[in-house]
Design a protein around this ligand. Structure first.
Ligand code: 5AD
Ligand code: SF4
Length: 375
């Protein structure tokens, strides 16, 4: 019996697919080289922008042919899209040949669901719950091992669907994280360990007995072995001095911070509910550069947020010029149903968003070229 997994979206999803692979291999499945050879196909989906959802609908639709050829093929869809009940329902209605639509948390009972599906039931499983510490991973990212330290997000940035589909912040116990890292280091195959969370800097805050993120980093660095540790993603409002100090002082921590600014304009930042100003963001950047001169810094930006004027967009351009990032991701704002921003008046047309994203990326390219020539 063979499996094939198609993964969309962020590193969290890549890592979750490693968990799905682990579960399937435990059940006796082996990896298929292509989807045509698989007995079970998993789509691990992303809901962050409309484009990501459209791709899933297109690609799941294409499986109809395969299902016709192989009646026993099991098609499962999981991940962020399936956490939205309307989308999950739409998936099942549009594609009656999809067997399982399963939420993010309840993978531990997956073998039970497969048995039910084999008996001819179409299933939709919604779940809330804790991270299951007992599930095995099949690590697939070369010499990098992902380690999830928390799930969910409490920030409710007004454009973002994540808090709705991933729930509230929940940190794993540091003992479990340290044990996982120790096991990874002992295996000897991994040179890099990347800690994952939507907002790693608020690690531990959901439990008063838990240690802080900087303490967690320091504890990980005490583990003996030849490895580097990095983390993502940091929210500027929570990146505290003790974390910057830990990065500066600990040899094992990679000198790298992904610090999404999203916009360089204070009115837009406020509308986004980001809880910092351009000035405060620049202060953090200054602090990082002072304490860790070699630190690489990257960022995410959203252009064309509702009501964003050309002038306000130019504040984002000037921020990018001022910080001189090592690289950036720039996204056209995509309205997500259920979020505050999707209901705002003054939505920006797609052509304007496209012009802005292209301009921002061009500016960034120019900076990278100049920095390359300097080195
Ligand atoms: N539209 C466009 N980009 C978005 N992001 C999050 N939500 C949206 C949205 N609705 C971007 C942010 C975030 C990154 C992971 O995706 O920049 O940092
Ligand atoms: Fe979304 Fe904001 Fe949470 Fe990041 S911090 S996941 S952008 S709500």
């Amino acid at each position: 019996m063979k499996y094939f997994i198609v993964t969309y979206g962020c590193q969290m999803n890549v890592h979750e697919s490693e968990k799905i692979a682990g579960i399937l291999e435990n059940m006796g499945y082996t990896l298929a080289e292509k989807r045509e050879e698989a007995d079970i196909i998993f789509f691990n989906t992303c809901a962050i922008r409309e484009g990501a959802e459209d791709r899933v609908f297109g690609n799941v639709g294409n499986l109809k042919k395969l299902k016709k050829k192989n009646k026993n093929l099991i098609i499962a869809v999981c991940g962020c899209m399936t956490q939205k009940s309307q989308t999950a329902q739409k998936l099942l209605n549009t594609f009656p040949f999809v067997d399982i639509v399963i939420g993010t948390f309840n993978l531990s009972r997956f073998s039970y669901y497969i048995e039910a599906v084999k008996k001819g039931r179409q299933m939709e499983i919604f779940d809330e719950g804790d991270i299951d510490e007992t599930l095995p991973y099949k690590r697939t990212s070369g010499d990098n091992a992902w380690v999830n330290i928390m799930q969910g997000c409490n920030n409710f940035c007004t454009y973002c669907i994540v808090p709705y589909v991933r729930g509230r912040e929940k940190s794993r116990k540091h003992e479990n994280i340290l044990k996982e890292v120790e096991d990874i280091v002992r295996e000897g195959k991994y040179k890099k360990i990347t800690l994952l969370g939507q907002n790693v800097n608020s690690y531990g805050k959901d439990n008063e007995n838990e240690i802080s993120f900087s303490q967690l980093l320091r504890e990980i660095c005490k583990i003996e072995g030849d490895f580097k540790v990095s983390f993502m993603t940091s929210h500027p409002k929570d990146l505290t001095d003790d974390v910057i100090d830990a990065i500066a002082e600990e040899d094992k921590i990679e000198k790298y911070i992904h610090l999404p600014a999203q916009s360089g304009n204070n009115r837009i930042l406020k509308l986004m509910n980001r809880s910092y100003t351009r000035e405060k963001y620049l202060d953090i950047i200054k602090k990082i550069r002072e304490k860790i001169p070699s630190c690489r810094i990257t960022s995410d930006f959203i252009v064309g947020f509702p009501t964003e004027t050309e002038e306000e967009f130019n504040d984002t351009v000037s921020l990018v010029k001022e910080v001189r990032y090592d690289s950036i991701f720039a996204f056209m704002y995509s309205p997500r149903e259920g979020t505050v921003a999707s209901k705002m008046e003054g939505q920006i047309d797609e052509d304007t968003k496209r012009l802005r994203v292209n301009k921002l990326l061009k500016v960034e390219k120019g900076i990278q070229k100049e920095d390359k020539n300097d080195n």
